[in-house]
Design a protein around this ligand. Sequence first.
Ligand code: V47
Ligand code: SF4
Length: 363
Amino acid sequence: MEAEIRTIGDKVDAGRRLSEEDALALYRSRDLVSVGEMADIANRRKNGDRVYFIVNRHINHTNICVNRCQFCAFSRTKGEPLAYTMTMDEVLRRADEARAQKATELHIVGGLHPDLPFDFFLVLLRTLRERYPEMHLQAFTAVEIDYFSKIAGLPLDEVIRMMKEAGLGSLPGGGAEIFAPEIRNRICPEKISGDRWLEVMEAVHASGLRSNATMLYGHVETLESRVDHLRRLRELQDRTGGFQSFIPLAFHPKNTQIAKGYTTGLEDLLALAVGRLYLDNFAHVKSFWIMVGPKLAQVSLHFGVNDIDGTVVEERITHAAGAQAGQEMTVSELVTMIRQAGRVPVERDTLYNVVREWPECQS
Ligand code: V47
Ligand code: SF4
């Protein structure tokens, strides 16, 4: 084992908090097995052998977006070919399918549409909550919430209060990208700043709602900017405790404005393991199998990961950018994947309550 990694390992064993230098050394390390083992220890201390998944359905209601981030292959400008906005009926058809599959969560994110009024989203939430009270609505990134506040001309707190009242259950972690302005201005110059993303999340947590946090890596960021991103997430989590899970998102370059190759397996596993080790105040680290592929997602269960997200069914954002994984996994596939890794599959709801456990051979 590299000497520096051994010292970090001692800190992990003693339950001591890692520094930014430690995180940087871990990202730079090529001793993948040692880093993975440390992340596995840190994870198992919190979560034991349990690995969570969720029966959910993603709905990307519109790809029309005024931001047009450089890394986004999903978005279109209004009027362009392939631009779409789902009607309420189209959303409801997907939600009906989700109900038929016994989904417990609808995960709804979309572009920043220039014409849809704030009221449209309140009606959407209310309609879904009334028709599907059994499904948790995890919807709208911090970027969308900020946009609603702008188009409605209402303060952030008020927007969050109204959305919560209409049925919003929690926020996904998208839109975080990389906080460092010098990187952010290159990859998504129109997007809200990292400071604002954190401010929105702080307000969301203050309202009593939980959220996730992501980090987009594998584009033009530096390792230092990744560490800065993690540091800021850890600081906010120290203050609010409102983040449920950390999800590193591997950049997919196809059809984007950023000329880069795909991330490698080593980068993907390190991104997950370092997240687990540095973010000692996050209970869950999620490997989104759509992004890293089901095979690597399975291996990552030995690298600090305790959640592989869900059944998903339809995913447009990463697939527009060249994702090779399918868009749907059945419960039985998820259970098998977790069991084969020697872990205990647990179906969770959005807030990590247990829906069903799969101890030995009862599928
Ligand atoms: O914010 C966009 C990312 C995010 C690309 O909270 C890309 O549980 C890779 O946040 N290559 C939206 N990534 C998706 C998201 C998410 C996904 C799954 C689970 C959760 C959760 C959240 O997708 C965007 C952006 O960071 N993204 N384009 C791309 N080319
Ligand atoms: Fe719009 Fe989100 Fe795509 Fe950026 S990443 S262009 S904000 S849909």
